[in-house]
Design a protein around this ligand. Sequence first.
Ligand code: 3PG
Length: 346
Amino acid sequence: MKNVKDINFSEKKVIIRCDFNVPIENGKIIEDQRIEESLKTINYILEQKPGLLLIISHLGRPKGKNVPELSLEPIQRRLAELVQREVFLIKTLDELAKTREGNSEQIYLLENIRFWAEEEDADDDFARKITEGFDVYVSEAFSASHRDHSSISRVPEFVEEKCAGILFKNELDQFMKIKNPQNHPAVAIVGGAKIETKLPVIKNLEKNYEHILVGGIIANEALDQGLEFGEKVLLPTDFKPDEKSRLDIGPKTIDEFKEKIKEAKTIVWNGPLGKFEDEEYAIGTKEIIDAIVSSKATYKLAGGGESIEAIKKFSDFSKFDYVSMSGGAMLEFLAGKELPGISALN
Ligand code: 3PG
């Protein structure tokens, strides 16, 4: 897989697929880390004076309809501030066709790619129309690389050159470290909701990890469904406030989990261990974060939206080797699935 350093962008017409799927309320961006993280790649390419720069992203799930609340307008404004250049929002493919007369001082941002139904259909004609006249495709959307969508898996097929952006490459490198941990014992902590997504993750982690500590809603569901796991998988043995409500893991479980974390040399964490947004039921998640932070593990990675929120609340990103902004993509990667957005760059 090529990266930006392998390509000369000068005079080239470049598409960057970003993931600007950020929380927006009443037209205001609440948290813009994903935009900020893509700046390295955007600025790196701009410095080489490309012939044209088009950025593509999705926002939310408009399902092929033009949903005004999911317009990229707030992102256009924020991006223009950050790059200190004009950013033009392109609303139709006809407008996109006209951008070919544009110049390198401008950045073009295509309106929410999911406003076009063809995007989620991974439509080739759509990909062809978008790429017409463009030379290079750069993916900076690792966090959307589990989606077999046109701008992720098809667009790269219709350009001369394609490569991973700086953030994409970094995410992939970090995830490779947890796929086959070099240092053992390796401990995974899996919490949060959506048992159907996390069961394949637990199963796959059993191959290379010594311990998989399971908490949160998925643990409750596993217990309710009487699911059976191998001996590497530890489920909670007590709960707060009680066995019936199970809103947090209990003190005995916290101690059992902490013991494994203390010995770990590699740690990966995705998903809270309880209802951490309620102070009363945040103890399990907080204690586990503290245990990860103070462990002597040589590599500590956390990911997923709720884990990020919990780290912000109870700790600090700098205490981890890597905090990933990928949620679904991280889980599919950990489940051992092939991600269309990675394959498309190979
Ligand atoms: C994410 O936020 O995880 C990515 O942007 C993917 O979004 P999606 O789950 O709507 O495809």
